[in-house]
Ligand binder design. Structure first.
Ligand SMILES: [Zn+2]
Length: 478
C-alpha cells in the first residue's frame, strides 16, 4: 500500500461527517436483514488479488444476445462463455440471490452494499443500515489489512455500484458527498465518468477535488491519451466524462469520442497495472454500468455493444490472471433489468439470427437517436433519423406510433413501456427479434462465474451478503 493512500485514509477516518464513521461495522444492526447464510463464506484457498466485475443490470438473456453478436461480428465466442466452458484451475458457476432489505427487487446501491458491507440494506442507501448505523465498506476493510483498492466504472465513478465498495451515504444520489469521501479515503485507483462531482464549477461547495487529489499525490488524468501515456507509480485518478461515459455503440462511431475517451478494457488494464505495482494484495471493482442504462429504456444496440465492451474487459482480467494465478476473478451482475431476449421469429424461428444481425449493424444507441428527435418533427424526417441510426426503414404507420409516443404525456395502457424510446424499441423488436419484459430491475437470481483460488468453495446458490464475508476471509492473513 502506498504511503499516500494510508495517510489519506487515516485523515478521512479522523475528520469527516457523522455519516462517515469508519471502523464501526456493527455485527447486526437492527433492521438490517441477513436472513440466510451459505457455506460459501470460507474460501478453500486464499487469493492475493480479487477482481470483482459487475455487468450492471444484466438479465441472463443478455449473455445470449452478446454471444450471438460476438460470433456474428467478432467471429469468436465471448470471453465470459470461454470462462464458463474451459476454465483453468479452480472454478465456480452458479447463481446469487440479490434481494435487499426493503425489496426482493434490489437497486444498485443496496446490491453493491450487500457485497460492500455484508448486510442487506434499504434500496437507495449506500452502506447505511435501515436503523442508520454506518457499515464498513469492503475497500476500507481491505486497507486495514494492507490491501490496495481500485474502482473502475463507465458510470459516474461516484455512482451506486462503485460507491458500494467504498462510501457510506443515506442517499445514493449525493454524488458530491460521495466524491468527497473518495478524496478522504484515498484508495489507489479511481477511473470512470462523473467529472462534474469533482469540479469546483459544478460542486455546490465550489471545492476543487481534482486539486485535492493532486495535492494528495495522485496522477490526475482527463483523457484517453493521458491515461494510456501515464507512467510511474502514483495513485491514479481519472474522469473522462461530465456524467456517465458514452454508450459503446456511440463511442466507437464517433471519432472525437474514440480519440478522447478510453474503453472499459483500457481503464481495467490501467487499473490492474497501477495496482500491481502498488501492492502485493489488492481488490479491484470493475463495472460495466451502461448495460443497466440501456435496459431501462430497452435500447438493444446500447445494451449489446456495452456487454461486448464488458467482455473485452473480462479478457483483460483473464490475461492478468494468467500471469498472476493467485488472482480470484468474480464475474457477475447486481440484478436483472427488463429481461431482454432473442425471441423466435419466422418459420420454425428460422429468422431470429438474421433479424438480430441488424442490431449488430446499428451505428447509434436509441438514446442518441432520441436526442435528435422532437414533438414537431414530420413523419418523413423521423423516418430518416431512425433509418440513419438503425439501418431500418420503418413504415409510415410505425413511425406515426413513435411520433405519438414522443408527443404523448398522458396515461396509457402500457404505463412503463409507453415512453418514446421503449415504444421505438417495441416496434423495432419486429425487425430485430429482440424483445423486452419491462423497463425496470427484476428480482431474478443473477449468474456468477468465478475462477481462481477459493472459487471452488462457493455454493451453487450464493446469498449476496456472503460474498462480503468471503472477501473478508480472503483478506485475513493465515
Ligand atoms: Zn445495478
Amino acid at each position: 500500500m502506498s504511503r499516500i493512500s494510508r495517510r489519506s485514509f487515516l485523515r478521512g477516518a479522523a475528520g469527516t461527517s457523522a455519516v462517515v464513521m469508519l471502523g464501526g461495522c456493527a455485527a447486526k444492526p437492527s433492521g438490517a436483514s441477513t436472513p440466510l447464510t451459505t457455506t460459501g463464506a470460507s474460501p478453500s484457498a486464499k487469493p492475493k488479488r480479487i477482481i470483482h466485475m459487475v455487468s450492471d443490470g444484466m438479465s441472463v438473456g443478455v449473455l445470449t444476445l452478446a454471444e450471438r453478436y460476438s460470433q456474428q461480428f467478432r467471429g469468436t465466442e465471448t470471453n465470459w462463455r470461454k470462462l464458463m466452458i474451459a476454465p483453468t484451475g479452480e472454478h465456480h458457476q452458479g447463481l446469487m440471490d440479490m434481494a435487499s432489505a426493503s425489496s426482493v427487487v434490489t437497486d444498485s446501491s443496496a446490491a453493491s452494499s450487500s457485497w460492500g458491507c455484508g448486510h442487506r440494506i434499504n434500496n437507495g442507501s449506500v452502506n447505511i443500515a435501515p436503523d442508520g448505523t454506518p457499515l464498513e465498506p469492503i475497500l476500507v476493510t481491505a486497507m486495514k489489512h494492507g490491501w490496495a483498492g481500485g474502482l473502475v466504472s463507465t458510470a459516474t465513478i461516484t455512482h451506486a455500484t462503485p460507491a458500494g465498495f467504498l462510501a457510506q451515504s443515506n442517499k445514493r444520489d449525493d454524488e458530491e458527498g460521495i466524491a468527497k469521501q473518495y478524496l478522504e479515503r484515498g484508495i489507489q485507483v479511481y477511473l470512470g465518468g462523473g467529472s462534474r462531482f469533482f469540479d469546483p464549477a459544478h460542486r455546490a461547495d465550489k471545492q476543487d477535488l481534482f486539486m485535492g487529489f493532486r495535492n494528495n499525490g495522485y496522477a490526475v488524468v482527463r483523457s484517453r491519451d493521458e491515461l494510456l501515456n501515464q507512467k510511474g507509480d502514483k495513485p491514479l485518478f481519472g474522469t473522462f466524462a461530465e456524467s456517465h461515459m458514452p454508450y459503446t455503440v456511440d463511442h466507437v462511431n464517433n471519432p472525437a469520442l474514440l480519440a478522447g475517451v478510453p474503453t472499459l478494457a483500457e481503464m481495467t488494464a490501467a487499473a490492474l497495472s497501477r495496482l500491481e505495482s502498488a501492492a502485493d494484495h489488492f481488490i479491484l471493482q470493475v463495472e460495466g454500468a451502461k448495460i443497466d442504462h440501456a435496459a431501462h429504456v430497452n435500447d438493444a444496440p446500447g445494451l449489446v455493444r456495452d456487454q461486448i465492451a464488458f467482455d473485452d474487459a473480462i479478457g483483460v482480467a483473464l490475461r492478468f490472471q494468467a500471469r498472476n494465478p493467485d488472482t480470484l476473478l468474480i464475474v457477475t451482475t447486481d440484478h436483472g433489468n427488463s429481461n431482454p431476449g432473442l425471441f423466435g421469429q419466422g418459420d420454425a424461428y428460422g429468422d431470429s439470427d438474421k433479424l438480430f444481425s441488424k442490431v449488430g449493424r446499428m451505428t447509434r444507441s436509441y438514446s442518441a437517436i432520441s436526442g435528435d428527435w422532437n414533438a414537431n418533427m414530420s413523419v418523413p424526417d423521423l423516418t430518416s433519423l431512425i433509418h440513419r441510426g438503425t439501418g431500418i426503414e420503418l413504415s409510415v404507420k410505425e413511425v406515426a406510433m413513435v411520433l405519438e409516443a414522443i408527443r404523448s404525456h398522458g396515461p396509457n395502457p402500457y404505463t412503463y413501456q409507453n415512453a418514446a424510446i421503449p415504444t421505438l424499441a417495441s416496434i423495432l423488436a419486429n425487425h430485430t427479434a429482440v424483445s423486452w419484459g419491462g423497463t425496470s430491475h427484476t428480482g431474478d437470481y443473477v449468474t456468477l462465474t468465478a475462477q481462481g483460488p477459493g472459487a471452488a468453495s462457493l455454493p451453487s446458490l450464493l446469498i449476496n451478503t456472503d460474498l462480503n464475508a468471503f472477501y473478508r476471509n480472503c483478506m485475513v492473513r493465515a
